[in-house]
Design a protein around this ligand. Structure first.
Ligand SMILES: Cc1cc2nc3c(=O)[nH]c(=O)nc-3n(C[C@H](O)[C@H](O)[C@H](O)COP(=O)(O)OP(=O)(O)OC[C@H]3O[C@@H](n4cnc5c(N)ncnc54)[C@H](O)[C@@H]3O)c2cc1C
Length: 298
């Protein structure tokens, strides 16, 4: 069985920060990511302006490039593997990754979140064709959409809408409740935008692929209507993906169990911010290096 001192799962902001810090402290980690690339969810961000130390706001795509450069500077590479389980072992932890078992003194789980599903009929057949859960996937499949329906009343749906109008689309945001959950600058950038409309109290009930796009059945004020668009992008919430990898009755925390650290958005109380993910990654790296390099630690 392969033996490692530290395995890091996920190369988003938390995993990249942790990996570079481990290397900097003298322990080269094994960094695994299912995509094989650095970046994670922030690749979708229209503009990141709240991460301290930037000379100016950056698009998510540019920030992802910076994360890759950061890893390269510390000579850390990413191995493309998907981790299905992490289980305790007398000497640490066993990481199950694409049929391979890796024993590690410490594991840092930085796997971020998975999207919540719309739960509509035939969803599986529509995904990645006309139904998307991340704007980068939508734009990779349909680079110049003319009309997109976005579902969700939170920050992600507003941020995605700005990326879509930037790509030339007009956007209709459908919000199930009677208010949106967006504050400050993001709300201001969307409010009054000529290419973005927000429809409150509007519920998606069905979605069908039609020639060249989607037909969405929506109910608003007891009235059912059909809306046509090139694609539908759903931003109806996300949940920790670490809960799929570790069985635990307890909340998933930074110092979850001896030698197992859970960072960034993957924590039960993850706050969905790059700066917090990076801070968690640095903290986990410091604690993991300390533990992995101590003799006879159980
Ligand atoms: C539209 C949008 C805009 C945003 N804008 C901002 C912003 O302006 N400012 C801000 O601070 N934050 C922003 N965020 C939030 C930010 O993107 C996240 O908080 C941040 O990416 C979390 O980092 P992370 O490393 O914890 O997880 P992630 O970035 O989600 O990275 C997780 C990584 O783990 C990998 N992975 C997952 N499961 C496995 C597995 N089983 N095996 C191997 N690899 C796996 C994934 O491929 C991924 O690369 C935005 C998010 C969105 C969606």
């Amino acid at each position: 069985m392969e033996e490692e001192q530290i395995v890091i799962v996920g190369a988003g902001p938390a995993g990249c920060a942790a990996a570079a810090q481990c290397a900097r402290l003298g322990v080269r980690p094994l960094l695994l990511d299912s995509s094989g690339e650095a970046g994670g969810l922030v690749a979708n961000a229209f503009l990141v302006e709240n991460y301290p130390g930037l000379e100016k706001p950056l698009t998510g795509e540019v920030l992802v490039g910076r994360l890759a450069e950061h890893l390269a500077r510390f000579d850390v590479t990413i191995t493309a593997k998907t981790v299905s389980r992490v289980e305790p072992d007398p000497d640490g932890w066993i990481v199950h990754a694409d049929g391979q078992d890796i024993r590690a003194r410490c594991v840092i789980l930085a796997t971020g979140t998975v999207h919540r599903s719309l739960s509509i009929p035939d969803e599986r057949d529509l995904i990645s064709r006309v139904l998307f859960y991340e704007v980068r996937d939508l734009l990779a499949t349909i680079p110049s959409p003319k009309k997109v329906i976005v579902v969700g009343g939170g920050e992600a749906s507003f941020d995605y809408s700005l990326s879509l109008v930037n790509a030339g689309a007009s956007v209709s945001i459908l919000v199930r409740s009677d208010r949106v959950r967006v504050r400050g600058r993001l709300g201001e950038m969307v409010a009054g935008h000529p290419e973005i409309s927000v429809k409150l109290n509007t519920r998606l009930v069905a979605l069908k692929e039609v020639d060249g796009g989607v037909a969405a059945t929506v109910i608003s004020e007891d009235c059912e209507t059909l809306r046509l668009a090139d694609a539908l992008l759903a931003a109806v919430g996300r949940k920790s993906s670490a809960s799929l990898i570790v069985s635990s009755p307890d909340p998933l925390s930074l110092t979850h169990a001896p030698g197992l650290f859970i960072c960034g958005d993957a924590r039960s109380d993850g706050l969905g911010q790059v700066g917090i993910a990076v801070g968690d990654g640095l903290a986990a790296a410091a604690l993991a290096v300390q533990r992995a390099t101590r003799e006879n630690v159980k």
